[in-house]
Design a protein around this ligand. Structure first.
Ligand SMILES: O=c1ccn([C@@H]2O[C@H](COP(=O)(O)OP(=O)(O)O[C@H]3O[C@H](CO)[C@H](O)[C@H](O)[C@H]3O)[C@@H](O)[C@H]2O)c(=O)[nH]1
Length: 342
């Protein structure tokens, strides 16, 4: 059945891909984004766009019923709007508490006021901190090593309280490292783009494109097989699919937490090697100091997502994830050199 959904942060990387998936599934989508890190042109065609902060959600949620009658204006909210850079969070923690915790508090108030009782929240592997066991299950201890992870964990706790006290149905999806790009049947192409870029795969691809001279490897003295940090990379289209499944997964009063990853760890050096193979470019690298707040090893157990959501990733191989990111990066290069937007 077709629904009406509010996507906060839908001009960002993951939010825009999820919005595109919702539209393709025949749903109506409103994107609320303040464009502080997102891009207007990333909002998929067919979505209604409202420029504003999460704190402004109440005026949208209070609108006329989605399906006629006297129901709420939206069937659910998918909440992506957040500050999401681990390194920045260490030097500007106040921004993370304000945007992530303060923003979500306002959103939950607005949803309660408007009677919107389903939420899918963009949580993170950074809530676990340095894991005691890998792959990491959802009941692992949570001890974030940076304010970004701490702020997302605080939100998870806030949502759990809202479910228990007020009957919200919510799913927190704990993303591991999202990468790759999405190409929709209507030709929509959406990929990872931050300004300035801080994520590993787009940065290594910038080196392949000649936009940077070398990739800095942040620390090669971690307790991992080659000394560099290990992460579990997941394709953005597989991640998006999990959100659609999550919309119907939780019961009223339930807060379901699911990890999303492929269960395979790749070190920074293995990622660089894969980019060399996929692009055919040499990719010079240089060792730099560790980045504050980085855990050594993060790999997901996604058994619960498979069981509770019925989630099955379709592009789990790192080389496929990198190949799709490379196609997007090259497309952007062509568009920008010919004067078009990204
Ligand atoms: O130029 C770079 C950039 C990154 N790295 C390293 O590459 C790994 C991956 O870094 P990213 O910045 O790409 O991703 P993070 O693991 O820091 O963070 C990602 O995963 C987190 C969960 O762990 C959060 O969800 C976060 O939003 C998301 O960006 C880290 O070890 C990082 O130190 C480098 O060596 N050089």
């Amino acid at each position: 059945m077709s629904g009406r959904y509010l996507v906060t942060g839908g001009a960002g990387y993951v939010g825009s891909v999820v919005a595109a998936h919702l539209l393709e599934a025949g749903h109506r989508v409103t994107v609320l984004d303040d464009l502080s890190t997102g891009f207007r042109e990333a909002v998929p065609a067919g979505a209604e766009f409202v420029e504003g902060r999460v704190q402004d959600a109440a005026r949208l949620l209070d609108g006329p019923p989605a399906a006629g009658g006297d129901g709420p204006a939206y069937d659910a909210v998918l909440h992506f709007a957040a500050s999401s850079q681990v390194g920045e969070s260490v030097v500007r923690p106040e921004k993370y508490w304000s945007n992530n915790v303060g923003g979500t508090m306002a959103l939950l108030d607005a949803m309660r006021g408007a009677g919107v009782r389903t939420l899918v929240f963009s949580s993170t592997a950074a809530t676990y901190g340095e894991p005691e066991e890998v792959p990491i299950p959802e009941d692992a201890p949570t001890a974030p090593t940076n304010p970004y992870g701490a702020s997302k964990l605080a939100v998870d706790h806030m949502i759990a309280g809202e479910c228990a006290a007020h009957g919200l149905a919510a799913v927190s999806l704990r993303y591991f490292n999202v990468a790759g790009a999405y190409r929709g049947p209507s030709g929509t192409v959406l990929g990872e783009r931050h300004d300035p870029e801080s994520h590993l795969i787009p940065l290594v691809l910038d080196v392949a494109l000649g936009r940077r001279e070398a990739i800095s490897v942040y620390g090669d003295d971690y307790p991992t097989p080659d000394g560099t940090c290990v992460r579990d990379y997941i394709h953005v289209a597989d991640l998006a699919e999990a959100h659609l499944l999550a919309l119907v997964a939780a019961e009223a009063g339930e807060h379901l937490v699911c990890n999303l990853g492929n269960g395979n760890g790749f070190s920074v050096r293995e990622v660089i090697r894969t980019v060399r193979e996929v692009t055919g470019h040499p990719i010079p690298e240089k060792v730099a100091p560790r980045r504050g707040g980085d855990p050594a090893f993060l790999v997901a157990s996604a058994d619960r997502a498979r069981r509770r959501l019925g989630w099955r990733p379709s592009r789990p191989e790192l080389k496929d994830i990198v190949a799709d990111a490379w196609a997007f990066a090259r497309g952007r290069e062509t568009r920008s050199t010919s004067g078009g937007g990204a």
